[in-house]
Design a protein around this ligand. Structure first.
Ligand code: SF4
Length: 83
């Protein structure tokens, strides 16, 4: 279930104005243009928080590629388990 808060940040997502394919490249495809868009996006922090909480592991979220995102998700889970 998506929260109202999540919908609010999505309305201001800069990627809504671009080609969505940039954010879900084929294996080995470039993420450069997507990342560049993310760096100019005003809701980048909210997007990244959402991706981590939702466990999104595909595509570009909050300026991070798949490997970086997976590392961040693992680190946050480890922090939570250690707390
Ligand atoms: S940070 Fe990137 S993926 Fe997230 S909403 Fe903004 S442009 Fe889209």
């Amino acid at each position: 279930m998506t929260s109202i808060k999540a919908e609010t940040w999505r309305e201001n997502a800069l990627c809504r104005q671009t080609d969505p394919e940039l954010f879900m490249p084929d294996v080995g495809g470039s993420t450069r243009d997507a990342r560049r868009t993310c760096m100019a996006c005003e809701v980048r922090p909210q997007c990244l928080d959402y991706a981590v909480q939702a466990g999104e592991q595909w595509g570009v979220w909050g300026g991070l590629g798949q490997q970086e995102l997976r590392r961040l998700i693992r680190a946050r889970r480890a922090e939570t388990e250690a707390a």
